[in-house]
Ligand binder design. Structure first.
Ligand SMILES: CC(C)(COP(=O)(O)OP(=O)(O)OC[C@H]1O[C@@H](n2cnc3c(N)ncnc32)[C@H](O)[C@@H]1OP(=O)(O)O)[C@@H](O)C(=O)NCCC(=O)NCCS
Length: 257
């Protein structure tokens, strides 16, 4: 008999094992961090073990979905669909519900009624590009700018990510970049700034601070110093997610949008 319920700390080792099969590089601490953001909830499909999972993030008028995964031998039986429905129900009424889909999962999301917006690029920094930034201080300004650039209300998420990492600001003008040190996968994002020059200098300063090998989800293809790991397509239900491409230089990450 299958059951759907919120995941708790006792499940984290099992979730790490499940996501490990897809090389998603999670540690138990990452699930703990998601819970501490106050806006994320991971739901699991279980019988005697965990068969599948989804994480939903409540960003105010926008809901974000990530970590949609069904154990290999249980695929094709409707569990993925049930997880998506459970996640959407958990988010309640939203103007937009969006997610990053791999190319392989696109047909699944189309079947579930999602529309596709555009492609983004999950990349790894390979080094060699100079940036410029200073340490970041004005947090309130960051929440406001994040909302203007992505349409999200996620102050506590940003504060939690910042507490777990570090933040940089452009030398001039408004903007910020969050940096997450992680023994498995260091990551940069979000990166926002008032103009392209400042945004790119901030992005590279963040890459250099974390070092070669760190990852990011970027809106543009073909920028210097990075190699593409894989493209992701943004899918959505409801209204198209508002993104200010003039000021967004990296997303918060595959899981946070
Ligand atoms: C994507 C995934 C979650 C789907 O889970 P699932 O339990 O197999 O999906 P369901 O059985 O609920 O399928 C729902 C519908 O989508 C279709 N579908 C599922 N996967 C599909 C695929 N890869 N291509 C085409 N159609 C697919 C099913 O046929 C079904 O349609 P139907 O009822 O009209 O026949 C699962 O394949 C998975 O875990 N993949 C690896 C992780 C991943 O890629 N996650 C998404 C990251 S963005």
């Amino acid at each position: 008999m299958m059951d759907f319920r919120p995941a708790g700390p006792k499940d984290y080792d099992e979730l790490v094992a499940l996501t490990g099969q897809e090389d998603w590089n999670y540690r138990p601490e990452d699930f703990d961090l998601m819970e501490r953001t106050g806006c994320a909830r991971t739901l699991v499909a279980t019988n005697d073990r965990i068969l599948g999972m989804i994480t939903v993030l409540d960003y105010g008028e926008i809901g974000w979905i990530s970590n949609v995964l069904v154990e290999r031998e249980m695929r094709g039986r409707g569990i993925g669909r049930d997880l998506i429905n459970a996640g959407i129900q958990h988010l309640e009424a939203k103007r937009t519900v969006a997610l990053f889909s791999t190319q392989e999962a696109k047909a699944f999301y189309l079947r579930e009624g999602f529309k596709f917006d555009r492609d983004f690029y999950f990349v790894r920094y390979v080094g060699g590009v100079k940036g410029a930034a200073k340490d970041f201080r004005w947090l309130d300004n960051a929440f406001e700018m994040d909302r203007e650039c992505f349409g999200y209300r996620r102050a506590r998420l940003l504060r939690t990510l910042m507490g777990a990492g570090r933040a940089l600001a452009p030398l001039r003008g408004r903007g910020f970049a969050l940096l997450r040190h992680d023994p498995k996968e260091a990551a940069v994002g979000p990166v926002v700034a008032d103009d392209r020059g400042a945004g790119l200098r901030l992005l590279y300063a963040a890459f250099n601070a974390l070092g070669v090998g760190c990852t990011a989800v970027l809106p543009d293809a073909g920028i210097d110093g990075v190699e593409e790991i894989f493209p992701v397509s943004r899918a959505y239900l409801g209204e198209k997610p508002p993104t200010d491409y003039g000021r967004v230089f990296a997303f918060a990450g595959l899981e946070f949008g």
